[in-house]
Write a protein that binds this ligand. Structure first.
Ligand code: NG6
Ligand code: CA
Length: 513
């Protein structure tokens, strides 16, 4: 080869080298539901054992400042997928049973970014982000738009959350096993005066409700909302965990030879907590604890499948939760009575629905065998950052108008030396214009309570807090439990954080253009 041809070949050779080094590991995000910081043993739980989640942490990085973006489900999931703070879009609060698709087709998501990078993408488990156009889901027809219109190649879903109707699986655009002769009807009005409900047939329920959740009965459990028909399509609550694992392993096997992205959206440990019979009674904490054991089992099954398929060294696994813990969330399942010494939010104050740390600081683990050095990280990372970080990993440019609040914290997620997490983070409750917001900047945290539940009292009842005022300032380094409001001692810090929070909310984005 003469010098001249080498010169012309050089760019091609370099391109080849770049491609050879471009990393395209599989990515699995396991998102637990309502799992608190203190609910697993690697985060300090002593009243139950979670060996598989512990193993994941031992082989990866256990974050002590890992967050979800909201203290309820829908806004966290919205933010995780889109990379936008949920408060930027109306209608991102907890979705009702017949909500239309909240994320509009064409919105860039972590799934569409990875799809563009050549990944096969799937969401398996709880959705709770609405399905269908403005008039809501067409349960007997095509359920679109939905995940397939925002970057997922396939989906296998529980459409809302399991305390809401209906108890059917959605596979891609259809309710699975729906008999056209027994159409499915879903609504919020009692379909007929003799339709059995949790009120009329309360004595026959296998798990009683404590608040709400008293409409249509299925599998001995009354729910939020009404439905009729679709009997052949209905599932048993006890089988959800097994189904997610079965479908996920099938997806992993089918895609073992190409890069895949799996969003494993567990329903554990959301109410109604009805783990499979083989997990019932496995802890002394009642079905809430038993559901944690079921979740741990699911994690173990995914890890074993990765080992069996020889993919563990080629797969980044992220374990996280969609919001902090709650004990009584509407059913009498013994969670409060049997709590004993268990502290679901660890030492943090608050839980689900709250802007105290317990609402959004949750277990957060990354593992990539052979690539991530095991350890513990204090860097601040959030589920909202997974979109920009995954894009950086696979070398996809973010469009200027997408993932507006998602920060590339890939270095921190992979535990690279000196890599920083985010500098600031907004924490929201269920959101909306009158929602509560907090801003963490370094160790400072400003809380702005406008309305709503300030604390999730059934997690933190022992603190007996009644002193919550509109603005509070805490120093998380000295006071991670957020017990001492130091706003009077540090008025300038408080003003700086108030101004910053305002600016973040007004500016429409935090990711630099
Ligand atoms: C609340 C429900 C609660 C739970 C929550 C959503 C009542 C009284 N409470 O409105 O049980 O379903 O919504 O939880 O109905 S989440 O984790 O999906 O956000
Ligand atoms: Ca949740």
């Amino acid at each position: 080869m003469n010098l001249k041809s080498t010169f012309y070949l050089l760019p091609i050779l370099l391109l080849g080298a770049a491609q050879a080094f471009a990393e395209k590991p599989n990515i699995i995000v396991i998102m637990a539901d309502d799992l608190g910081y203190g609910d697993v043993s690697c985060y300090g739980a002593t009243e139950l054992e979670t060996p598989h989640i512990d193993q994941l942490a031992a082989e990866g990085i256990r974050f002590t400042s890992g967050y979800c973006s909201a203290s309820t489900c829908t806004p966290t999931r919205y933010s995780f997928l889109t990379g936008n703070y949920a408060f930027r879009q109306d209608g991102t609060g907890i979705a009702p049973p017949s909500a239309p698709a909240i994320i509009k087709p064409g919105t860039e998501t972590i799934a569409s970014l990875l799809q563009n990078a050549g990944y096969t993408t799937a969401v398996i488990g709880k959705w709770h982000l609405g399905l269908g156009g403005e008039s809501g889901p067409d349960w007997n027809g095509d359920l679109k738009p939905g995940p397939l219109e925002i970057g997922f190649d396939t989906c296998f879903l529980l459409p809302t959350t399991n305390d809401r109707v209906p108890q059917v699986y959605v596979k891609d655009h259809r309710v699975l096993n729906l008999d056209p002769n027994d159409p499915l009807w879903v609504g919020m009005k009692q379909p007929s005066p003799d339709h059995p409900t949790g009120i009329t047939h309360r004595d026959e329920l296998k798990m009683d409700w404590s608040h709400g959740h008293n409409m249509t009965i299925h599998n001995g459990i009354s729910r939020i909302g009404f439905y009729t028909g679709g009997h052949a399509a209905r599932f048993r609550d006890e089988d959800l965990g097994d189904k997610w694992v079965e479908q996920s392993i099938k997806f992993m096997e089918e895609n073992q030879d190409n890069p895949f992205f799996l969003f494993f959206a567990s329903h554990d440990i959301h109410v109604p907590r009805m783990p499979h019979e083989r997990f019932q009674g496995k802890t002394k904490l009642g079905y809430r604890g038993d559901s944690i054991i079921e979740l741990d089992w699911c994690v173990g099954e995914i890890m074993s499948a990765l080992d069996r398929l020889d993919l563990a060294e080629n797969t980044l696994v992220v374990f996280c939760s969609d919001n902090g813990p709650v004990l009584d969330d509407g059913y009498e399942d013994g969670a409060i009575e049997q709590i004993g010494d268990h502290r679901a939010a660890g030492s943090f104050t608050g839980g689900k629905y709250s802007i105290y740390e317990g609402g959004t600081r949750t277990p957060f683990i990354t593992r990539w065998k052979g690539r991530i050095e095991p350890g513990v990280s204090e860097q601040v990372v959030c589920t909202i950052d997974l979109a920009a970080s995954a894009a950086a990993l696979v070398d996809q440019d973010l469009p200027a108008d997408a993932c507006l609040d998602s920060m590339n914290v890939l270095g921190a997620l992979l535990g690279e030396d000196g890599a920083q997490g985010r500098k600031s983070l907004v924490q929201q409750n269920n959101g909306g214009r009158r929602g509560n917001y907090a801003l963490r900047v370094g160790d400072w945290k400003l809380q702005h309570h406008v309305s709503g539940k300030a604390l999730n009292t059934n997690v933190v009842q022992e603190l007996g807090r009644t002193d919550i005022v509109e603005f509070q300032l805490f120093n998380l380094a000295d006071d991670p439990v957020e017990t001492t409001n130091v706003i009077d001692e540090h008025p300038q810090v408080a003003e700086r954080l108030k101004a910053k929070l305002n600016k973040i909310m007004e500016a429409g984005r935090t990711r630099p253009e």
